[in-house]
Design a protein around this ligand. Structure first.
Ligand SMILES: CC(C)(COP(=O)(O)OP(=O)(O)OC[C@H]1O[C@@H](n2cnc3c(N)ncnc32)[C@H](O)[C@@H]1OP(=O)(O)O)[C@@H](O)C(=O)NCCC(=O)NCCS
Length: 220
């Protein structure tokens, strides 16, 4: 357990924390350009997000590293990625379809794009970071990130994430991430900034690494 300077206590999440943390995720992500693109119908969005983030959180607890705060106001889901991306397992796609119903095609497309353009170097992937809306902007997200970065820096392991808007992109920049080429989601979708936090050198933050094969250019 870590208590940061601004008195945010960070600890690993457990299954007992699942209910509150699913709500934190669903409520933190319910607004924004990616949510508008994934589930345009605002009446459906909250219910689908609660089902979707239940799947996300339980998967994180089983296969990743999930950090939370003592008051359960925030959650960060990290996955150690020691190897090259190997594709999305069929059971993940089935669970995704079950959780998101008619909205599954866009969720599946988002996952496929994130996987295809994932860095190949070993790293920890920050899949989700959320602070409950009424507690945002008080340093809690920064505290969760710094807590995990300290562990990564001790081991010399880089971090990677996909930033979903320009405001949170600046938060990550301040914490040592460098943006790579952006991804633009199809059918008038939003821009996603892929960000990498490697070991800094005298020249500044580490360069963005190689990612999956680029799509072939169309012949003119
Ligand atoms: C992004 C988020 C995790 C940051 O945690 P936080 O505790 O609010 O942030 P901190 O107080 O530590 O740092 C403040 C910075 O976070 C970012 N931030 C804060 N609220 C934000 C919001 N609603 N949306 C996007 N970025 C936000 C900004 O960069 C802000 O700095 P600024 O006020 O100078 O613009 C949190 O606001 C959140 O859950 N937002 C909604 C979900 C989300 O966008 N998650 C990240 C997905 S990549």
């Amino acid at each position: 357990m870590t208590q940061t300077r601004n008195r945010v206590t960070v600890r690993p999440a457990t299954h007992d924390d699942a209910g509150p943390l699913i709500s934190v995720l669903a409520e933190a992500f319910v607004d924004g350009p990616v949510a508008d693109w994934l589930i345009p119908d605002p009446d459906d969005r909250r219910a689908v997000y609660h089902r979707y983030f239940r799947k996300v959180l339980l998967h994180g607890l089983a296969h990743g590293e999930v950090d939370t705060t003592a008051d359960l106001a925030a959650v960060a889901i990290w996955y150690p990625r020691p190897e090259r991306p190997s594709g999305i397992p069929a059971e993940h796609l089935a669970a995704l379809e079950q959780a998101t119903g008619v909205y599954a095609p866009k969720f599946t497309l988002l996952d496929a794009m994130f996987e295809a353009f994932h860095p190949q170097e070993p790293h920890h992937h920050l899949a989700y970071l959320a602070v409950c809306p009424e507690r945002q902007n008080r340093g809690i997200g920064t505290a969760l990130l710094r807590h995990h970065h300290r562990q990564l820096d001790t081991l010399g392991v880089p971090a990677y994430l996909e930033a979903s808007n320009t405001r949170n992109r600046e938060l990550y920049r301040r914490l040592g991430y460098r943006a790579g080429p952006p991804l633009i989601l199809p059918t008038a979708g939003p821009t996603i900034w892929r960000m990498w936090r490697g070991q800094p050198s005298a020249a500044g933050p580490a360069a963005f690494p190689a990612t999956g094969p680029r799509p072939r250019r169309r012949a003119r």
